[in-house]
Ligand binder design. Structure first.
Ligand code: TTP
Ligand code: MG
Length: 370
């Protein structure tokens, strides 16, 4: 039997806002946010916990946030400061394990299974890390300790902000039995309401549902759902590597019947991609835009074109060309970017990447699947 793993998930609290509060303590007890200006259709990147009481959250339009809280102090980004703090976080994490996966600018997984530090206790390591982050960087960090990544991430949210929670070996099933399904990574609002219509509210409910029923309703996601609902997650912590591409994709609960419907969904997927790019911890250079379209018969096409920046119109053009090839209802839309050499070193997220083998080498808009 393989020995149980000791995984720590660390996530700084209201990261960008915390850095601003650190540098100007007068902001600490007032609602404040970091984001774009309301006049220029800006969005909130994050806000402090004071502002969250008004219902403000990341990705909300700044204009709407100002309506919810007219006293909100809205600050512009200081990316250089945030990136420096992210580097400092990483250096602290690396003092406790060589196996550190920076998952976003303020979030990391550490595998401390083999560590002899802090008497070999992952909980004591997490406690020490939290203390050091407070003293050396001047912000708070929440941490979760568990036997795998899935549970460690949930544990870090459990006592947020400024919290530490450990799910001990043997406690996994008890912990997740009553856990709401929204905690499962990959279960967004659409899947959640679909689950609720089926009477599935908790991980325990999913666990007790036959796999065949889950497959019927959730397709290829079903086996993973079943595993997670049993507290099983075999994903290793992957030390950082060079990122060559980044993409997001979405499988629709109902196939999109027309090109018009696909184009209507494009803006939403585009925003998701923008948000993921905003989380990269290192500077990057875009070299290509790519789309993936999967049809109701599971055939798929990818299209790409050279570009230096995100552009929704170009994505729409690529989608139009991809859809016109098959002229079938669409079940999945993906958008991605290829990142240029040498500037894209960043964290090893578990994003689905388009296989470069699928993509045509032709520089201008081209089809990979003739
Ligand atoms: P998160 O860790 O998701 O959020 P947070 O640290 O602000 O708050 P929490 O206490 O809940 O962890 O993201 C880290 C930073 O990434 C966040 O401070 C700002 C940035 N970010 C965006 O720019 N846009 C987004 O949509 C999200 C979610 C985050
Ligand atoms: Mg955070």
């Amino acid at each position: 039997m393989t020995p149980l793993k000791k995984i720590i998930h660390c996530d700084a609290d209201c990261f960008f806002a915390a850095i601003e509060m650190r540098d100007d303590p007068s902001l600490a007890n007032v609602p404040m946010a970091v984001g774009g200006r309301p006049g220029s259709r800006g969005v909130i990147s994050t806000c402090n916990y004071e502002a969250r009481r008004y219902g403000i959250h990341s990705a909300m339009a700044s204009g709407q946030a100002m309506k919810l809280c007219p006293n909100l102090i809205l600050l512009p980004h200081n990316m250089d400061k945030y990136k420096l703090a992210s580097q400092q976080l990483k250096q602290i994490f690396l003092d406790y394990s060589d196996c550190v996966e920076m998952f976003s600018i303020d979030e990391a997984y550490l595998d401390v299974t083999d560590s002899q530090l802090c008497q070999g206790s992952a909980t004591l390591i997490a406690r020490e890390i939290r203390q050091r982050v407070k003293e050396e960087i001047g912000i708070t960090l929440s941490a979760g300790v568990a036997t795998n990544k899935f549970l460690a991430k949930i544990a870090s949210e459990w006592r947020k902000p400024d919290g530490l929670y450990t799910i001990r070996p043997g406690q996994e099933l008890g912990f997740i039995a009553s856990l709401p399904v929204k905690y499962i990574q990959g279960v967004g609002k659409v899947t959640q309401s679909k689950m609720e219509r089926l009477g599935l509210y908790t991980c325990g409910d999913i666990r007790h549902t036959p796999t065949a029923t889950l497959i019927e309703h959730f397709g290829s996601f079903a086996p993973r759902l079943k595993q997670l609902s049993e507290g099983i997650d075999d994903r290793p912590v992957k030390p950082n590597r060079i990122r060559k591409s980044l993409s997001v994709e979405h499988t629709f609960s109902q196939d999109l019947p027309t090109l018009r419907a696909c184009l209507d969904e494009a803006g939403w997927t585009f925003e998701k991609l923008e948000a993921r790019l905003a989380q990269l911890t290192k500077p990057y250079r875009i070299s290509k835009l790519q789309v993936k379209v999967k049809f109701d018969d599971f055939s798929q096409t990818t299209m790409e074109t050279g570009a230096r920046a995100l552009n929704l119109d170009i994505y729409k053009l690529l989608i139009s060309q991809a859809v016109s090839r098959h002229k079938r209802p669409v079940r999945l839309l993906g958008m991605g970017v290829q990142l240029g050499p040498n500037q894209c070193e960043t964290m090893a997220e578990q994003l689905e990447l388009f296989s470069t083998a699928e993509l045509s080498a032709t520089p201008m808009v081209s089809s990979a699947f003739k």
